[in-house]
Design a protein around this ligand. Structure first.
Ligand code: DP6
Length: 356
């Protein structure tokens, strides 16, 4: 028996969903603890569609920590991954110290195997779902009693946006004010079931890796943009309140306007960064115009675009307006000058990578 125990492998698997912010996180006040300059809010894309699947295991027979991402060994030595490992091990150690019968998993090496179920072609940043799944899987492996909000503080240190993926549906990240980051965590605004007919489609403009990473881009914005101060002091706090209210009231028109305005404001601060950062391109602007045309034709706001640190658009709409929104893109974008049919086709394929 002791020999068997020696090589015993403990394992837990989980998934975490991709989230797309409608009030954007952009700026760090503490890069080491990954504390943001403003709160943010996102819609978590369906549990059943775009997500990262992660298995965490540990064993005395493992000689070192290892991370395999989409089939390839990745570096575990980075401070983000190390912070997550360290904090989760410390919580496990607390449990072991309080119950001597528990196996000392906190002293064993970890093996993390992670893969995304969405095509790389969707061009989605995977760090949010990735770190959320990593933290959740290790927390499950260690049987930690901490709540998702508590765990979100650890995921935040992996990647800021990851803290919001600990929840499904509509979730926010409160920036907090404590210097140690103890109140900078995610909370649920509403579960997906509260407003279940929300849909999102992704318009794939480019599957290429973004030119300027979020991490370095936002640091340059904080340093050089004068528009940025206004955004974090006035604009975002007011929008956070309005957005939570719009979600509570299931008021799509307000949700949509705030979403589009906040995406515009975020990209304006990118343009105001010196030297400027361009995440949106001509094709992204064509998608903005297409959404405007769709809304004009409907006589009300039925669609809302938002862009992260890249050119791809995510368009939110309600299921009841599906025909007015999703079906219109190919036609509208193919009409736009500079678009080729093939591109229109790709957009429609992107649209099919739909989240519900
Ligand atoms: C534009 O969470 O990728 O998607 O904390 O440095 O890992 P790090 O940044 P990251 O930034 C995401 C920026 C964004 C907006 C958002 O998701 O809120």
């Amino acid at each position: 028996m002791p020999l068997m125990m020696e090589n015993e492998v403990y394992r837990a698997s989980t998934t975490a969903p991709v989230n797309i912010a409608v009030i954007k996180y952009w700026g760090k006040r503490d890069a080491k603890l990954n504390l943001p300059t403003n709160s943010s809010l996102s819609v978590t894309l369906s549990q059943s569609d775009l997500r990262t699947h992660t298995t965490a295991s540990c064993s005395r027979s493992f000689t070192h920590d290892i991370l395999i991402l989409n089939g390839k060994e990745d570096d575990v030595s980075g401070h983000r991954t190390q912070s997550c490992f360290r904090e989760l091990r410390a919580l496990r150690k607390e449990l072991e110290d309080s119950d001597s019968k528990l196996p000392t998993l906190s002293q064993q090496s970890l093996k993390i195997v992670s893969s995304n179920n969405f095509p790389t072609a969707a061009g989605l940043a995977s760090s949010a779902a990735g770190f959320a799944a990593l933290v959740r899987a290790i927390a499950d492996l260690y049987q930690l009693p901490q709540s998702p909000a508590e765990l979100s503080k650890i995921a935040r240190q992996g990647s800021g946006s990851a803290c919001r993926s600990l929840f499904g549906g509509y979730s926010a990240w409160a920036m907090g004010s404590a210097p140690d980051g103890s109140d900078s965590l995610a909370y649920e605004v509403a579960p997906q079931s509260y407003w279940p007919d929300m849909r999102a489609c992704i318009l794939v403009v480019s599957a290429e890796k973004k030119g300027v990473s979020s991490t370095s881009g936002m640091q340059l914005t904080v340093k050089t943009s004068t528009l940025f101060a206004e955004r974090v002091r006035e604009t975002v706090p007011a929008r956070m309140r309005a957005m939570e209210q719009a979600i509570k009231e299931k008021d799509f028109e307000t949700f949509a306007e705030l979403t589009m305005r906040d995406s515009n404001s975020f990209h304006a601060t990118c343009l105001d960064t010196y030297p400027p950062i361009f995440y949106m391109g001509d094709t992204s602007r064509a998608a903005v115009r297409a959404v405007e045309k769709i809304n004009e034709a409907a006589g009300r706001t039925v669609a809302a675009y938002t862009f992260d640190a890249g050119p791809n658009a995510v368009v939110y709409y309600q299921e009841k307006d599906e025909a007015l929104v999703a079906g219109q893109f190919k036609e509208l974008l193919a009409e736009t000058q500079g678009w080729e049919t093939e591109r229109g086709q790709r957009v429609q394929e992107g649209g099919k990578a739909e989240i519900d």
